[in-house]
Design a protein around this ligand. Structure first.
Ligand code: FHN
Length: 439
């Protein structure tokens, strides 16, 4: 039974006080892109920055957080950029890996919490062009390749900044160790953030959207979302805005993401918002870390990742699967291998996934259902009986077959729903799919 998500009163108050883009009406282009997003289903998340040089520092799961977790002052942390020289980076290879895996978009960190821009920013010299021996704008190289291979590119942008002196007052993080003065001009920081967003929305052609993160660092701050969201929608009306604030979406946001939890679940303890009627996306790591962590060998199995991907689709949500590339510019070999297996699975079963909406029965421990027009796909992943009850599925059925061999599946119906019988010897060990064609 899914845990009910109780939204504490104070969070509802936050919902009321955060200014966003009141009265926002998505453009026709934006609505089209929302539909594209829902059809696209599967994307590659990329957490890549100078922190990858530290490879997690020998600890678990703190790769991109190493500056804060190890309390590295700015004057020391800045040396890290001199060691970041990803000479092996090959945008064509990364995009091909994504495409071969069945991914239709990439969301890459343009700036994470350390404030380091992975592109050639003109409003800061704290960026890959000015501060690394590599000196090239990887976002530009990646966007050119995405355009060539027909993949959309989204930019992750951290509102939280541990480097900028005007990120003041501080929030829950970046306190005390950075060496920044205990003063600053918050409005100047917002202007700086909006200037960088203008660069990202002006210099890279049409982008899929902006994936914000970091508001949770200080809820009480005046994030001036109305100005930022209006700027983005003015520069690129079709760009989709999402913000990983773990609350119900604010006006001006075009999709809702869930971090390492299926929509509406809260195993991570911070996904306290409900499920909106915006396009949904769930993001997940391959192991336990977002950035490259050499010690983190807790790689999830391909079975677990495929089942999560399908359960997300059972909620009508996309699956954004993360890579933390290495400092030399290569994707982790373990991740490449996993993506090849997922790609093969989608080659065979993709019609039960792409272009589907949530099915008539919400995801359960046993699996999920997806739907495409008058066809319902029942994804049986882990079920100890041969007969499975599908509550509420009372539509008249034309046929029920096993996807794998098109053989007939026995079923019966009553006013409560449908019971299908799938003998154990006709199941596979990842996702046994029953295709129910409705009349
Ligand atoms: O602090 C970040 C974290 O580094 C990572 O970017 C994830 C990805 O969703 N978001 C924040 C944690 O919620």
């Amino acid at each position: 039974m899914k845990k009910l998500v109780l939204i504490p009163i104070f969070l509802l108050l936050v919902q009321l006080t955060v200014s966003a883009q009141p009265g926002y009406t998505p453009s026709g282009e934006n609505l089209q892109n929302r539909e594209w997003f829902q059809e696209a289903k599967f994307g590659m998340f990329i957490h890549w920055g100078i922190y990858s040089v530290m490879a997690g520092g020998g600890d678990f799961g703190i790769a991109e957080w190493i500056m804060n977790q190890k309390e590295i002052p700015i004057d020391a942390y800045e040396n890290l950029s001199n060691l970041f020289n990803p000479v092996e980076f090959d945008a064509a290879e990364w995009v091909k890996v994504a495409r071969d895996a069945g991914m239709n978009y990439i969301t890459i960190t343009s700036k994470h919490h350390d404030g380091f821009a992975m592109y050639d920013s003109k409003v800061s010299d704290w960026d890959i062009a000015e501060r690394t021996p590599y000196g090239r704008d990887v976002l530009k190289l990646l966007k050119e390749e995405c355009d060539k291979q027909g993949i959309k590119l989204f930019f992750y942008y951290s509102q939280l900044d541990w480097h900028h002196p005007d990120y003041y007052p501080r929030g829950r993080t970046g306190q005390g160790y950075t060496g920044r003065p205990e003063s600053g001009n918050w409005d100047a920081y917002i202007d700086y953030m909006n200037a960088q967003l203008t660069e990202l929305l002006t210099n890279y052609g049409e982008i899929g959207g902006i994936w914000f993160d970091g508001m949770w660092d200080q809820w009480e701050a005046d994030w001036q979302l109305d100005e930022t969201y209006a700027l983005i929608h003015r520069l690129q009306p079709g760009a989709l805005i999402g913000s990983n604030h773990h609350r119900m979406p604010f006006p001006g946001e075009d999709f809702q993401m869930f971090e390492r939890d299926l929509p509406g679940e809260n195993s991570m303890g911070f996904n306290q918002g409900g499920i909106s009627d915006l396009p949904l996306e769930m993001c997940e790591t391959m192991n336990g870390s977002w950035g490259y962590n050499i010690k983190d060998r807790r790689f999830k199995s391909t079975t677990q990742l495929i089942q999560t991907m399908v359960k997300a689709a059972g909620y009508g949500a996309n699956f954004l699967l993360n890579n933390g590339p290495m400092p030399n510019g290569n994707l982790q070999p373990e991740n490449i291998d996993t993506l090849k297996v997922i790609g093969k699975w989608l080659d065979k079963y993709g019609e039960t996934y792409y272009g589907t909406t949530r099915g008539p029965v919400p995801p359960r421990d046993w699996g999920a259902t997806t739907r495409k027009g008058k066809t319902v796909y029942v994804h049986i992943m882990d079920y100890g009986d041969e007969s499975l009850f599908l509550p509420g599925l009372t539509d008249k059925i034309a046929s029920a077959t096993l996807f794998d061999d098109q053989s007939k599946i026995k079923y019966t119906q009553n006013e409560m729903g449908t019971i299908i019988t799938v003998p154990f010897d006709r199941r596979n060990d990842i996702d046994t799919i029953v295709v129910i064609a409705l009349k």
